[in-house]
Design a protein around this ligand. Sequence first.
Ligand SMILES: NC(=O)c1ccc[n+]([C@@H]2O[C@H](COP(=O)([O-])OP(=O)(O)OC[C@H]3O[C@@H](n4cnc5c(N)ncnc54)[C@H](O)[C@@H]3O)[C@@H](O)[C@H]2O)c1
Length: 342
Amino acid sequence: MRSLVTGGAGFIGSHLVEHLLSQGDQVIVLDDLSTGNLENLSFVRDNPRFKLVIGTILDPAVVLECVSQCDRVYHLAAAVGVKLIVEDPLASLRTNIHGTENVLMVCAETGATLLLASTSEIYGKNESDSLSEDADRILGSPLKSRWSYAAAKGIDEAFAHAYWTRYGLPVSIVRLFNTVGPRQKGRYGMVVPNLVGQALRGDPLTVFGDGRQTRCFSSVTDIVPAIVQIAESTAAYGKAYNLGGADEISILELAELVIHETGSTSNIQLVPYENAYGDGYEDMRRRVPDNTLAHELIGFVPRTRIDEMVRMVAQSLTTAVDRDDWTMTQARPAHRSIIGAH
Ligand SMILES: NC(=O)c1ccc[n+]([C@@H]2O[C@H](COP(=O)([O-])OP(=O)(O)OC[C@H]3O[C@@H](n4cnc5c(N)ncnc54)[C@H](O)[C@@H]3O)[C@@H](O)[C@H]2O)c1
């Protein structure tokens, strides 16, 4: 199988690339390195079946060049992270809507099958006990930048579904809930690496609001194989599948767990949302997935416990990264460059 991973230099994408190479695929990564980086791909760079194209999904010619060499596309490239979205909503909207439409159009043109990475954010403020794929979406005002990510990903899904019904594009959608693991960065507002980084540095752990908001975290090691299995299933075309963690935990409990697992002497500081994200910021109190559809399709069960995830993240943040020439020389702003052989 020849696979393209857009956003393959990012957190989830780089794990997906490793997984696909390990099962024998030829893999092209298309990434503009905006939030991803070359270090994430240092484990695969010498694989002769791997090629990296530094470029943007906003450029249809680059997308066409990459997709036309592949049978299957995993579309993960996106502007991700609450902080990034709130700080630059316009760029985020462009990437997440226009970029995705470019990918859809080119897949429809070339006949490649497509797996679209969507998000539990699309459910917005729906705080049901268990969110199934047809649950209602409850979003705040479109004038609040915070909701632009959910709005854009919702449009992506609608676009994908329309390409399936209109052109028969074989596309399936995964709605990822909070996914955690090595290589995830805290700087764009991801809570687990943020808290673990603070604990390791001995800084106060900053918990937003009252800390009683809950989430269900899942490990990238459980999610990546499930993404591939869904992409491989023809029964998934035209449908969306939740992929989320099993255990609900409050952010305050998470902070306490992080302190315990890292042996940190840090304390916990409650910070009003406005201090971090400006006035009028809204968050959802809870978000719990119903994974039934993915379980029925591929037997998906999230197995990794949150304490194991915290230890993995801590280990990844403390491991010195092998910054060698490849990383340093290629990390220049390049419009388009190609690294790799196949
Ligand atoms: N991490 C999570 O908890 C989570 C939850 C729900 C959904 N998702 C989805 O999973 C996907 C991957 O997220 P992630 O957590 O790995 O984030 P990430 O920021 O690590 O990865 C996104 C990648 O896309 C690249 N990118 C951004 N704009 C691009 C562009 N215009 N052209 C080419 N590449 C571009 C970035 O450089 C980065 O490598 C995203 O689609 C995201 O919406 C992630």
